[in-house]
Design a protein. Structure first.
Length: 332
């Protein structure tokens, strides 16, 4: 009788182990359909991690995961973070992923001409940061001081590029990385060339940002930069629509006559000279255009279509160009 009991217990144990092995070595149903993203928080312990993985449907058995981690000796070195678990991954492969710390990378594009506000919205869409926190920190005097930025805002100091970011980075770390990229890209010779033209780094980024937002196609940047340089030399206002859009919060939208009267130092229709600071993140091509404008006498330009402009040297030529392109626009 005792032998039968032992055999029965052994068979049950063997069956349980076999079932557990099957659960551990077979991908979860959700992973048979495609990859899954799961976030593993810090300081939850091995059982907490197993629970989170089971809730995300990337493992079949909490017990199997816990036992496997104990057998491998990795229970205390699983890394927190956001992971993308591959389609068809088994529990050992999920465990190996958490052991490696290969967290999910988010590719965030901050394009030329984008503003801090646009960056904040993009980071929020990716679930990487709160938009309001990014905008607040970009104006925080302590953050600016820590980053060595002598300006009222990080506007223009966040280099336009594609960034690989992971969930869990503090907003300050994201902004610091983008400022560091700017410093790496703006070589000392560019800063020296700006000084030779009488521009500080802040003024260089300011003018380049206006060129960036005015020019749609890159081959017009040097022409537009020349117009602004010619106006600055004559003490004429820049009359750049993007600076007014920035002043009144109309990103890339048409302005009204009332907008052009806005009492803002960024309104370059009412105030001569450069605005107080950048209005967006300029790319290196716009910076180069400011440092090497086209050798032309143009003082005016008007949009021919949604990409290109017609340039003029006198107000009479400009008025004729404006009338012509408005007339053509009305017949389209």
């Amino acid at each position: 009788m005792r032998l039968r009991t032992v055999l029965a217990v052994a068979l049950v144990a063997a069956g349980a182990l076999a079932a557990l092995a099957w659960l551990t070595l077979t991908p979860a149903p959700a992973l048979e359909r495609g990859p899954r993203t799961v976030e593993v928080p810090a300081h939850v312990g091995l059982r907490g991690v197993a629970g989170r993985l089971a809730e995300a449907e990337v493992i079949r058995s909490r017990t199997g995961f816990v036992l496997l981690a104990l057998l491998r000796g990795s229970a205390g070195r699983l890394r927190a973070g956001e992971y993308e678990v591959a389609r068809g991954a088994t529990t050992p492969e999920v465990l190996a992923l958490l052991e490696s710390g290969r967290v999910k990378q988010h590719l965030v594009l901050h394009p030329e001409g984008a503003t801090v506000a646009e960056l904040a919205r993009e980071l929020a869409r990716e679930g990487l940061a709160d938009a309001a926190a990014i905008e607040r920190l970009a104006r925080d005097p302590d953050v600016l001081r820590a980053l060595g930025i002598e300006a009222p805002s990080l506007e223009g100091y966040l280099f336009p590029d594609t960034y690989q970011l992971v969930r869990g980075l503090r907003p300050e770390e994201i902004l610091a990385r983008m400022v560091a990229r700017l410093r790496a890209k703006l070589a000392p010779d560019l800063v020296a060339r700006a000084g030779a033209r009488g521009l500080t780094l802040h003024q260089l980024l300011t003018l380049a940002s206006v060129v960036e937002r005015e020019a749609v196609v890159r081959d017009e940047q040097r022409l537009i930069a020349a117009v602004f340089w010619n106006r600055l030399r004559r003490g004429m206002p820049l009359q750049a629509d993007p600076t007014v859009q920035y002043a009144v919060g109309k990103e890339r939208r048409a302005l009204t006559r009332a907008d052009l009267q806005a009492a803002s130092p960024y309104n370059t229709y009412r105030h001569a000279g450069l605005p107080p600071g950048p209005i967006a993140s300029p790319g290196l091509a716009a910076v180069e255009a400011v440092l090497d404008p086209a050798p032309v006498p143009y003082l005016y330009f008007v949009a021919r279509d949604d990409r290109r402009h017609q340039f003029s040297s006198t107000v009479a030529q400009h008025n004729r160009a404006v009338a012509r392109w408005r007339r053509l626009a009305g017949t389209r």
